[in-house]
Design a protein around this ligand. Structure first.
Ligand code: PMP
Length: 328
């Protein structure tokens, strides 16, 4: 049966759309995600012996400014490959901000409409950035954190399932797989087999789960340590206090050789020191990561400790701690 004019037009549009997305994935901003530098910390480590080195994986240098570029790209690629994300669908998800910025950046480049639910207390910089990329925003109760944003998204998707592509980063294997196939391989290459310890905080848990799973597959002797904020009411955007939060489906506690905690104060003090002493302008969870990595490093006589500089300090410019005298 010959195709109607409408069918032909639709097919042409679909093909053009796919070609543009393919081009954007292969050559546009998406192709610049990952392959971040591994930076040795040389100043905040002054009390450590020469035999112990601490490195930060500079994820804030991803084009969207955070580690979440990798997960967002992985989930969008998986959605396009499976057909779950196709012409006419809007991408929707709950996000504390960084995944949303990554989705918004990629969806702009790929011409995909995007709706994001986030707690109303997310930083003004994040909200402005999302709007700059053209995303539609839904603000949820700050007291409910990202859990409240997830509930809101689930309600919307349940009401019109055909309208949306809902990656659900807390339960999407493509989230941790982006780190299994990307971040972990880069860290192994960049440390040339010398890596002894990996330290990462838990949000969706994708970074910790993906990197640790790969490191353990390659060398079970590498110690993988997770950390969480030390209290339910913390100021570490993007991180979860698991005992009082909804535990992400992708989380695998068995990967952790030890679990640590970090206070918001220690995280902020370290973020300030990283800017002033190392010239690394990174956010609070990066501060928490380095503070925890240093705690681990201080217990060692010899070792190579790697942690993650999760996002850029530019996300927190409106916060007052940058102006304060040395906090530590
Ligand atoms: N730090 C920040 C600032 C984040 O936004 C996130 C993501 N929620 C994380 C750390 C934790 O990363 P993950 O989701 O991979 O656990």
């Amino acid at each position: 049966m010959p195709a109607t004019a409408l069918q032909t037009a639709f097919r042409e549009r679909s093909t053009r759309h796919t070609a543009r997305q393919k081009q954007a994935l292969a050559g546009g901003i998406a192709a610049q995600i990952g392959h971040t530098p591994l930076v040795r910390l040389t100043q905040v480590t002054h009390d450590l012996p020469d035999t112990v080195a601490v490195y930060g994986k500079a994820e804030h240098l991803n084009p969207g400014g955070s580690v979440k570029d990798r997960a967002a790209l992985g989930m969008i690629r998986a959605g396009l490959a499976s057909g779950a994300l196709r012409e006419g669908k809007t991408l929707i998800d709950a996000t504390s901000g960084n995944t949303g910025i990554a989705y918004a950046m990629l969806c702009a480049a790929l011409d995909i409409p995007v709706t994001l639910a986030l707690p109303a207390n997310a930083s003004p910089e994040r909200k402005r950035m999302l709007q700059a990329y053209g995303a539609e925003l839904l603000f949820t109760d700050p007291m409910e954190g990202t859990d409240g944003a997830q509930v809101r998204v689930k309600e919307i998707v349940a009401a019109s399932p055909d309208r949306y592509f809902y990656p659900d980063q807390y339960n999407n294997d493509a989230n941790w797989q982006a780190h299994y196939h990307g971040t972990a391989v880069e860290i192994l290459e960049q440390t040339g087999g010398a890596l002894t310890h990996f330290v990462a905080g838990l949000g969706t848990t994708g970074t910790f789960v993906g990197v640790s799973r790969r490191l353990k597959d390659e060398n079970p002797n590498i110690q993988c340590l997770s950390f969480q904020p030390d209290s339910p009411l913390h100021g570490l955007e993007g991180m979860k206090h698991l005992p009082t939060a909804r535990v992400p489906g992708i989380y695998d506690a068995s990967l952790a050789d030890a679990e640590r905690h970090c206070s918001t104060e220690a995280a902020i003090a370290m973020a300030q020191r990283l800017a002033r002493e190392e010239g690394l302008f990174v956010g609070k969870s990066a501060g928490a990561s380095v503070a925890t990595a240093l705690d681990v490093a201080r217990e060692l006589e010899k070792g190579v400790v790697v942690t993650v500089l999760c996002d850029s300090g530019g996300r927190y410019l409106s916060e007052s701690f940058w102006d304060q005298e040395g906090l530590d």
